[in-house]
Design a protein around this ligand. Sequence first.
Ligand code: ADP
Length: 390
Amino acid sequence: MTTNRAPSKIIPRAFPGIKPDEVEELIASSTVNTYPGGTILCHENALETIFYMILEGEAQVTKLVNQTEVRVLKTLRAGDFFGEMALIHNAPRAATVTAETDLVVLELDKESFDRVLEHSSSVAKAMVKEISGRLRQNDEMAIEDLRMRAGELAQAYQRLAEQDLARREFLTNVAHELRTPLTAASGYLQILQKRELQGLQLKEAIETVARNVGHIVSLVNDILFLQEIELVLPAFQPVNMGDMAQGLVQRYAEKARGRGVRLKVRNERSVPDINGDSKSLERALTALLDNAIKFSPRGGDVEINFEKQKDRLAISVEDHGIGIATDQLARIFDRFYRIEESGGELFSGIGIGLAIARQVIEQHHGTLNVESKPGKGSRFTMVLPLESGI
Ligand code: ADP
């Protein structure tokens, strides 16, 4: 043994004031052992009865927190000792000690440890100091853990309360959204039941019933789609988003005109096919177009633009409507998030269009982003890989 790790030099560092004959007794009662790095000397919760003092090398003390996180309490070096707490308390190990490097230790079994403790007041004093320090450290850790858990619980509770509120609002919104077309459809059906309408009036009444029932069906479909989207694998095949945009613009032309909005599609001719699920992509694009028209209460242009970027296709839907407040930008994709009113204008909706759009785009390994200035308008851009597949 080299002199720098000789027990007679190290022991007085651990137990200041220890008398030479006590040092000798300690050495005589102990054995010196070497362990390779990685060896676990103390196992947390195990009943073990060896006391260790490090003569050379380093060891790490760790503790399992919350059953998952391994927390490093400290690193021990020459002159540090460990294993005494379990011996004095006759209790399982409170922590795990692992050799970080090759470790040379002085070891005492319980009997020798008790004897040395009885004979040497310096050793006993050092023990008391060490143990009270460790107990305080344990207390502090326990308090910190409790504080952390209390914080986590408070956050979880807050999230649950928010979800609960969103769910309740959602149910109210759905009921409201369904009530309008249901009331209209049932009103016209009552009139039709009287069989008094004829000609154009009859035709208009039937069309109104059909339109309102169609609205109810699409609302219910959206809700079901959102519930099932994670469960159902989309069917991928070549889709031409340019053709899809043209079709949508035709379908929405009347609604847009009614709001003084002009719909335009740009650069759609040279758009290459992408590999995707046309039904869900159409839902996503519809949600963006529908919002662009809805949130343009003063009219203006709504433009769908295409841009090929290497192996990706960027599709943007831009409007010049009310825009979105900067602090709300991150929330608008949340399920059930919606604004009902802005600038005295009321907007219908249940707040799931963007959640659907984002989920669809993510299923296609793409991204959906928004840029917006309040009062100036918004641009939603989805970027899709040309050759995506699942
Ligand atoms: P909904 O349209 O049913 O309200 P969405 O999920 O489609 O739900 O949109 C969520 C919210 O995002 C809207 O209520 C609105 O606040 C905001 N938003 C979405 N698109 C636009 C847009 N083009 N202009 C301004 N706000 C928008």
